[in-house]
Design a protein around this ligand. Structure first.
Ligand code: G3H
Length: 478
């Protein structure tokens, strides 16, 4: 069936023996736009076996050659940005320009990773024994970094290309092989991206890509004894993966409820611009989106007015037209967002705009006077709906932020650097941005969440380290 995209195993594109496919619904039209193979567990076994074999040789391939191939893949990916971006538009309704940016950013990430990998992995350590009590200088210890084996990469729908690449590139430069399980929405963009690696000429088997329903092959993949490391980005599924996974390193980037604290001395225009960008870009479907504004009562009305003026200018419509607000990824996601909005309505939040929805398209909405008894004060909508909580002290803001079970990022707007640092220290999040909206990038910055927001730290350097082990050889002198 030529209409169903094939999966990738042992350097070849294949149909699944299941004879089944998984439909990918275009969030805008709500019709099936593409289909991918529903891979079987036996096919997962084959992909992992093949990755395991290929990794042994790849680990022996000189570092500069690995880097060279990665640079080639980066160039091919960038050359093909248009068709890949087109898939993103159709599968996840990402605005057209942002879709292109995602692919270009991914190409840059691969190249940076190749360069960084050459530096990091090109160096080891040399230790001598007589620094530890009771030892003479009779032992020389040499350390180097060795690959970990087969890395399972599971990216989410909101960055099917970029968050796949942020796992694939560090894994490969470090001498690992990759098994990729793309999200259903975004799978075809991911398959195109994998084809760029295929065209670059990576050894067969080194990269495998299985598609299918998480409910059918998800646990099988994450609990597979052939997997040596899991790098996952997504929602609560990451918590259950962490509980079930074997004794392998885990890199988890999960949800967030990123707070934006606005103090009385803040530049309110700057804060408003960042709240709109942070809260509404890609319709709020980013783990790092601003998900709650905590503003000092004295400046709250003025800030809300400025935010509303900017919200009014957001364009709403199809991703093809490059609208700011586009349909959210699935109908169930839209229903969930609506549930949060209705709860806030019942509990008398102030609606700054009229709530409007058509299919998966939800118009941007700012909710003022949100209180802690409302679900939206704590849950992440992953949609274009942003709550504002008015606070009377900095402590109240920090308390709200730290009472969350999430701890990804946060931001603070103030012109007092001392206060900014004090708040950053007090916020229990992986990162705090001063006078800017939360964001993962630039992609070489460390990126991590605490509490339910994740395990480990990402960013190019940290990912390379996480996907390697230290190996030591000790020379014992007479
Ligand atoms: O959705 C989670 C992403 O890691 C956020 O990345 O800050 O570049 O949008 P971003």
């Amino acid at each position: 069936d030529g209409d169903v995209y094939k999966y990738y195993v042992d350097g070849q594109w294949k149909k699944s023996s299941s004879g089944k496919s998984v439909p990918i619904i275009n969030p805008t039209t709500r019709n099936t736009h593409y289909k991918v193979q529903a891979c079987t567990q036996e096919e997962v076994n084959n992909v992992i076996d093949s990755a395991k074999k290929a990794q042994k040789l790849w680990a022996k391939t000189p570092l500069w050659k690995r880097a060279e191939l990665l640079h080639k893949a980066a160039a091919i990916l960038k050359e093909n940005k248009a068709p890949i971006a087109e898939c993103l538009v159709k599968e996840i309704a990402k605005p057209a320009k942002d879709s292109v940016t995602e692919v270009v950013r991914s190409g840059d990430l691969i190249s940076y990773c190749a360069e960084e990998g050459v530096r990091i992995l090109g160096e080891g350590k040399f230790l001598v024994s007589d620094s530890f009590p009771g030892n003479d200088r009779t032992k020389y210890c040499l350390t180097s970094k060795i690959p970990i084996g087969v890395v399972l990469a599971i990216p989410p729908f909101n960055y099917p290309v970029n968050l796949a690449i942020s796992k694939i590139a560090p894994a490969l430069i470090a001498g690992n092989s990759i098994v990729l399980k793309p999200p259903t929405q975004g799978a075809v963009a991911a398959l195109h991206m994998v084809h760029c690696f295929h065209l670059a000429g990576f050894p067969k088997g080194l990269i495998g890509c299985v598609t299918g329903k998480g409910s059918e092959i998800g646990d099988f993949l994450t609990m597979h004894p052939g997997v040596n490391c899991i790098s996952f980005t997504g929602g609560d599924t990451g918590i259950s993966i962490s509980r079930k996974a074997g004794m392998v390193p885990l890199q988890m980037e999960l949800g967030g409820k990123d707070a934006c604290i606005v103090l009385e001395d803040a530049d309110l225009d700057l804060a408003a611009a960042n709240i709109v960008k942070g809260g509404f870009s890609y319709s709020g479907q980013r783990c790092t989106a601003v998900k709650v504004v905590l503003v000092m009562e004295k400046v709250a009305s003025s800030l809300v007015k400025k935010v509303n003026e900017k919200v009014a200018k957001l364009t709403v419509g199809p991703p093809e037209d490059d609208c700011d607000i586009t349909p959210v990824v699935t109908e169930s996601s839209a229903n969930f967002i609506e549930g949060l909005v209705m709860d806030a309505k019942e509990k008398k939040a102030t609606f700054c705009q009229e709530y409007k929805r058509k299919g998966n398209l939800i118009w941007p909405l700012l909710l003022d006077n949100v209180r802690p008894d409302m679900r939206i004060a704590w849950e992440e909508p992953f949609g274009p709906v942003l709550p504002v909580i008015r606070i009377n002290s900095v402590e109240e803001g920090i308390h709200h932020c730290n009472a969350s079970n999430f701890g990804l990022q946060g931001c603070v707007f103030t012109s007092d650097i001392n206060k900014a640092i004090m708040i950053s220290d007090a916020m229990e999040t992986g990162t705090v941005q001063i006078n800017s909206a939360p964001a993962r990038g630039p992609d070489h910055f460390p990126f991590q969440g605490i509490k339910d927001s994740g395990i480990g730290s990402q960013g190019i350097t940290n990912s390379i380290h996480m996907m390697t082990k230290v190996k030591t050889t000790v020379i014992n002198l007479p």
